[in-house]
Design a protein around this ligand. Structure first.
Ligand code: AMP
Length: 182
């Protein structure tokens, strides 16, 4: 199922570009304006619902923090559970964690060790708002697999095409971005 050009425009027009945030040279893609626009939010969620309703998914795993918003909404639409993948130190129970490199230094994300254990070999869709270098999503997909589930696909509202993130992530899972930014 492909986006119509009207739907694509509605989504693209609802995303706000903030230059030099959080630092010089970065164009930050602000999706709070998409969330606040009922038509754009509706078109976005309906598209993901139509794409994934036949996948027989068991869980959506969302990446801290904007992946929680889209991921939890989609999990409800599909009638399945939601699992948060969080920045280090936020989850209260026993976790497994994965380090990944940022432009400067390292970061670490975690998931509860038993997050997917209610369903053996659970089929999981990973979700975030945007893929840039793909480091975060790669670490998240690894965590899902280490937790005993299977990451079938990773999906994003926005894929930044000028970085190799999507290409790198495709080595470990399928990748789907609603809109591509060149
Ligand atoms: P990466 O690991 O490089 O793919 O970075 C992805 C994470 O950083 C996602 O959770 C995004 O929300 C955030 N991010 C990276 N670059 C941008 C950007 N230009 N605009 C908005 N969010 C970004």
């Amino acid at each position: 199922m492909t986006l119509s050009s009207t739907e694509r425009k509605i989504i693209e027009n609802s995303i706000r570009d903030i230059k030099d945030f959080p630092k010089q040279g970065i164009v930050f893609k602000d999706i709070t304006t998409l969330l606040g626009d009922k038509e754009a939010f509706g078109v976005t969620m309906n598209h993901f619902y139509q794409r994934y309703k036949e996948y027989n998914l068991d869980y959506i795993a969302g990446i801290d923090a904007r992946g929680f918003i889209f991921g939890a909404a989609l999990a409800q639409m599909l009638g399945i559970g939601f699992v948060p993948i969080r920045k280090k130190g936020k989850l209260p129970y026993t976790t497994i964690s994965e380090k990944y490199s940022l432009e400067y230094g390292m970061d670490e994300i975690e998931v509860h060790i038993d997050a997917f254990s209610a369903i053996p070999n659970a089929k999981v869709l990973l979700m975030d708002d945007l893929i840039a270098t793909g480091g975060t999503a790669r670490a998240a997909a690894k965590l899902i697999n280490q937790a005993g589930a299977s990451c079938l696909e990773a999906c994003f509202i926005i894929g930044l095409n000028f970085l190799d993130g999507q290409k790198n992530l495709k080595e470990i899972t399928n990748v789907y971005s609603l809109i591509e930014v060149n």
